[in-house]
Design a protein around this ligand. Structure first.
Ligand SMILES: CC(C)(COP(=O)(O)OP(=O)(O)OC[C@H]1O[C@@H](n2cnc3c(N)ncnc32)[C@H](O)[C@@H]1OP(=O)(O)O)[C@@H](O)C(=O)NCCC(=O)NCCS
Length: 142
């Protein structure tokens, strides 16, 4: 995962941040594996559950969706996102999935729109997309 981070972002998560994400109780980490032995990771997704302020209103905050540059345009990102969406609606307590994406990240924006995400707000060059209900509570850190 750390290697994919470094290949994909100007400011990649450190190994420490990745480890923290893996062990945070409210974190969901999905990994797309190409080969099991040796394990080859093609991409991953990290999401946090933002607890309900009112019953039934918890949401997933999608923090990361990254596919190894050599594995892009093969449906890996779609598969990871579809798995998160499926898990969210199966859980029953999750109302929405929300994420922030740079406006000029056309690949990611197109992917999210294709999976039903819609515009929910913007802050400068970053926009917020949401799928599920239109309810968007104020999100705290972590
Ligand atoms: C965004 C990202 C996760 C997409 O992963 P991927 O595995 O290549 O995506 P998929 O192959 O599942 O593509 C699904 C759809 O997304 C859109 N898409 C993906 N990459 C695209 C690109 N380079 N240009 C235009 N559309 C693109 C297309 O609609 C595509 O469907 P299609 O192939 O039928 O046209 C990947 O490009 C990536 O890791 N980027 C760097 C990290 C990043 O920006 N993450 C998002 C942060 S919010």
């Amino acid at each position: 995962m750390a290697w994919i981070e470094r290949a994909s972002y100007a400011s990649p998560w450190s190994i420490h941040s990745i480890r923290e994400e893996l062990y945070t109780p409210r974190s969901t980490v999905l990994v797309a594996v190409l080969d099991r032995l040796p394990m080859t990771v093609a991409g991953y997704l990290c999401s946090r559950t933002i607890p309900a302020q009112e019953p039934g209103l918890s949401l997933f905050h999608l923090l990361k969706l990254t596919v190894h540059p050599g594995c892009r345009r093969r449906g890996v990102g779609s598969a990871l996102l579809a798995s998160l969406i499926e898990e969210a609606w199966r859980d029953g307590r999750i109302h929405s999935i929300v994420l922030d994406v740079a406006r000029d990240n056309h690949a990611a924006v197109k992917l999210y729109l294709k999976h039903g995400f819609r515009w929910a707000g913007a802050d400068g060059k970053v926009m917020t997309l949401l799928t599920g209900t239109s309810f968007l509570p104020t999100m705290g850190k972590g």
